[in-house]
Design a binder for this molecule. Structure first.
Ligand code: ATP
Ligand code: MG
Length: 286
């Protein structure tokens, strides 16, 4: 770190998160340190993947980066500016810069809200666009994520898991964010649908110059999507580096064991499916 303002869209310095776990009749309440001083930075248009075993602190870090939770200590910088949400909610400008996509799109979509309203809601809350403009933008975004204009008036339960994740991605993009934090966004989907959604995310990143923080426990997904990888274990970033360096020569014993458990065939299968779909899509006249 040079001390000068970096080109990073998001940067974390010494991020610590403690959770208070209430006691019971037999045990006193106690603090659990879920993150133990995490440093990272992600440049515009890049994807940082966060990998690690269950309970290692991935979602905890994702929620801090997405401005949902404030860290116990440490500094989060968005666009080079320190951000503090410990005493007040993020401003609409800041909120529009950072959006989150969760593993389970059904949980993050209101079942009683039609898809059109799901997409227009962030514009209602954060902008003063007139109704026609909101509708135009929502319809355009539906198309961008591979859905149809007639889906506008349907409810989330009328869609497949993959389509629902497309809706959640579309909603996250409505305010033109710079940064998307994605917590296991394809983990609940079938393999072939995973490939389609990863492909979509990759296209959207190119088109809008988006920066991604992508949480996954699946190394084949990480290998496809990541520029840089952070391996986290028990709240500590045990290894960080480019995807190439990490996959070619994992340094840390924990990383080696994590990698040893992942069959390479998964990676090849995903790559093949993604390539095949991309070719099919390019061959289809619009
Ligand atoms: N709200 C909370 N209150 C208390 N402890 C929590 C809370 N959220 C998470 N933890 C604890 O913090 C640690 C990190 O949890 P976290 O959810 O970040 O892990 P994760 O890496 O996302 O795991 P998974 O792969 O299972 O999603 C765990 O020990 C967990 O039990
Ligand atoms: Mg998690």
């Amino acid at each position: 770190m040079t001390g000068t303002k970096t080109a990073a869209v998001v940067e974390g310095r010494a991020i610590v998160q403690d959770y208070y776990v209430p006691g019971s009749m037999f045990a006193a309440g106690r603090e659990v340190r879920a993150l133990r001083g995490i440093d990272f930075s992600v440049e515009k248009g890049k994807t940082l993947a966060i990998v690690g075993e269950s309970g290692s602190g991935k979602s905890t870090l994702a929620r801090i980066i997405a401005l949902i939770d404030a860290p116990t200590s440490g500094t989060l910088l968005i666009d080079g500016e320190p951000v503090d949400i410990s005493s007040k909610r993020p401003s609409p400008v800041l909120r529009s810069k950072v959006q989150m996509v969760f593993q389970n799109p059904y949980g993050s979509l209101n079942p009683r809200q039609k898809v059109g309203n799901v997409l227009m809601e962030p514009l209602v809350i954060n902008t003063d666009f007139p109704a026609t403009e909101r509708r135009d933008r929502a319809e355009a975004m539906l198309k961008k994520v591979g859905l149809q204009p007639e889906h506008f008036n349907r409810y989330p339960h009328m869609f497949s898991g993959g389509q629902r994740q497309r809706i959640a991605i579309a909603r996250a993009l409505m305010l033109n964010p710079q940064l998307l934090v994605l917590d296991e966004p394809v983990s609940a989907l079938d393999l072939s649908v995973q490939a389609q959604v990863l492909n979509l995310l990759s296209d959207l990143q190119d088109e809008f110059g988006l920066t991604y923080v992508f949480v996954s426990h699946d190394l084949s997904v990480v290998r496809y999507i990541a520029d840089d990888v952070m391996v986290i274990s028990k709240g500590v970033a045990v290894e960080q580096g480019t995807r190439e360096a990490l996959f070619a020569d994992p340094q840390h014993a924990y990383t080696q064991s994590l990698f040893a458990a992942t069959p390479v065939t998964d990676v090849e299968a995903i790559r093949t499916r993604v390539a095949r779909r991309k070719a099919a899509r390019l061959a289809t006249p619009v």
